[in-house]
Design a protein around this ligand. Sequence first.
Ligand code: PXL
Length: 279
Amino acid sequence: MQTTPKVVAIHDLSGFGRCSLTVAIPVLSAMGVQCCPLPTAWLSTHTGGFTGYTFLDMTDEMSGAADHWQSLGLQFEAVYSGFMGSEAQMAIVERMIGQFRAPGGVAVVDPVMGDHGARYATYTDGMCRAMARLCEKADVITPNLTEASFLLDRPYADMPGDPEGFLALARELSGGGARSVVLTGACSGPEDIGAACFDRETGKTELILTGRVPGEYHGTGDVFASVLTGALVRGRSLEQATRQAVDFVAVCAERSRVEGIPQREGVDFEPLLGLLTGR
Ligand code: PXL
């Protein structure tokens, strides 16, 4: 029998508006992966499309939790991080990669910082600089185009819009092949959407696309990175994992469109979790 792989998921816990841990836990569980959550902050809702949300920074708890886990000798097949609550948390995640990534395991950093050219409300310049440093310690990063522009300290307006440009950008973000990159939001035109990958194992780049669903939903990046992480720890190649993530986000977006789900509530993924089981 294959043992159940374990992933430490370091993201916020937002009570309403599917994203972060409320996505990562069910997605990884459905994929047959044990998700061990380490919340970076507790919010009443996520910060996109809501006002007046509460925000409890969990920085002080994180180091203590890491110390406890170390005393237990825990190791994880993946250390997977997303939305951060403070600048200091990036250094804690870096330490956790060193402490907890099992031999042959993977550190997936989703450098959650913003979208559509703008930073998320709670992010500062210092946090974005610290996130760029954390990405250097990752095995796989999953930026969108906005986050790519922050990581490279380049205007969003200068980000590419064509397949060759997306592929070149994915390669550039790898830091000379030091890490694999899955750049989300890449496309070949208005009809499709997906990701541009650079795989450091093969040195190859590839565009992985699907039909574009009209509309926009919050938290799709978190669904994407969670499926990708689950697939990687289940032994899939970067290309296979990206294909599974691209396809799953597309069916979730399509269902949400058909059901008329408000954008800020995130994608209606729960009834679709069965698509992830046993694959
Ligand atoms: O999906 C990214 C994300 C995660 N967590 C929180 C957010 C956002 C984006 O707005 O606000 C709390």
